[in-house]
Design a protein around this ligand. Structure first.
Ligand code: SF4
Length: 329
């Protein structure tokens, strides 16, 4: 039995992964898989909260996300890569947790109000998705959950539900904690956070030319109209990306931008070249893996078996703690 702590992480199969997802989450997961017992989930049920009508594209999206996971370096020998809906215990624990939480607690969560207004969502499933997230975490008795600050409240909710369950029925769950890491700022073309919903993203699977075209469309310092004008790198999204993809950007990009010696067109081309260089190994691996469909589905199937084994053991404890293990003699 492994003494390593357990981590649960997951992404929705909601379309092409972008470099923001790669830098903010995936690269971190790849590092963590060596030191933790990792469960990397493709949260297909969560994807339905915003788009339940279009399930015809879900299978391909699940497949592509698995390809992205593995191209970025997640290793099925080190972590269980699986599909949420393949492990029904998530749904069972979601139902039990949903009895233990009030509607006002859920409507007060900041992500509820934001997304309700932004996406016009008002379903029962959408209201309860943080409870499903709590179940995703607790069904593996995960110790840690790698999240950004915007998801902190959801881990808090999982910890609260796990603690309340333990108080009511006896020690059953580990109390999960958020695992924060320093995440680089990855702005999209319009300077806002990179997001598919803003359509300002650069997909990791994009071709090199497509990447160049996307970089060309980025906002820059609006006061720097032509080469020779002094620029302000500190407010420029292109400079934020240079800080991630260009070694020593503080010395080779910022000063000539400020003096006007560096023009935005050249600056963008340098960035596009460095970004393409950085993504090349991942993209090459991606092409190979994507063509090996059987392998990907086998990885997901085997990951599901490993995840189910763990989740079933936790749910046995849950039913026993609640005295609902009716057929156990
Ligand atoms: S030169 Fe580069 S860093 Fe400076 S404003 Fe233009 S794009 Fe931004």
């Amino acid at each position: 039995m492994s003494k390593k702590e357990t981590i649960l992480s997951g992404m929705q199969p909601s379309g092409e992964l972008h470099i923001g997802n790669l830098e903010a989450a995936l690269k971190n997961w790849v590092k963590l898989q060596d030191d933790y017992n990792m469960f990397c989930c493709i949260v297909d049920w969560h994807a339905l909260t915003g788009d339940y009508e279009h399930t015809d594209i879900l299978k391909e999206r699940v497949f592509q996300l698995a390809v992205d996971y593995m191209s970025a370096g997640l290793d099925p020998e080190k972590c269980a890569i699986f599909i949420q809906s393949d492990v029904k215990e998530h749904a069972e624990l979601h139902l039990l947790f949903s009895m233990m939480i009030t509607v006002p607690t859920l409507t007060r969560l900041p992500t509820y109000t934001e997304k309700k207004e932004e996406k016009g969502l008002d379903s029962y499933g959408f209201l309860g998705y943080p409870v499903l997230q709590a179940a995703d975490i607790c069904v593996y008795n995960a110790n840690k959950v790698p999240v950004g600050k915007d998801q902190e409240k959801h881990v808090w909710l999982a910890a609260d539900l796990a603690g309340r369950f333990n108080n009511l029925y006896g020690e059953t769950f580990v109390i999960p904690q958020a695992l924060f890491t320093k995440i680089p700022v990855i702005p999209g073309q319009d300077g806002r956070k990179m997001s598919k919903s803003y359509n300002n993203h650069i997909p990791i699977a994009a071709g090199e030319k497509e990447t160049v075209d996307k970089i060309k469309k980025y906002f820059t310092d609006p006061q720097k109209i032509r080469k020779g004008d002094p620029g302000r790198p500190e407010i420029c999204p292109i400079y934020q990306l240079h800080l991630v993809y260009t070694p020593d950007a503080e010395n080779i990009i910022a000063p000539p931008c400020r003096t006007g010696e560096l023009g935005c067109v050249d600056c963008k081309m340098k960035l596009a070249a460095n970004l393409n260089e950085s993504l090349r190994p991942l993209r090459e691996k991606r092409v190979v893996i994507e063509n090996n469909k059987d392998y990907i589905w086998d990885v997901l199937k085997n990951g599901g078996l490993r995840a189910r084994e763990r989740a079933a053991a936790v749910m046995d404890k849950v039913r026993s703690a609640m005295k609902m293990d009716y057929f156990k003699q």
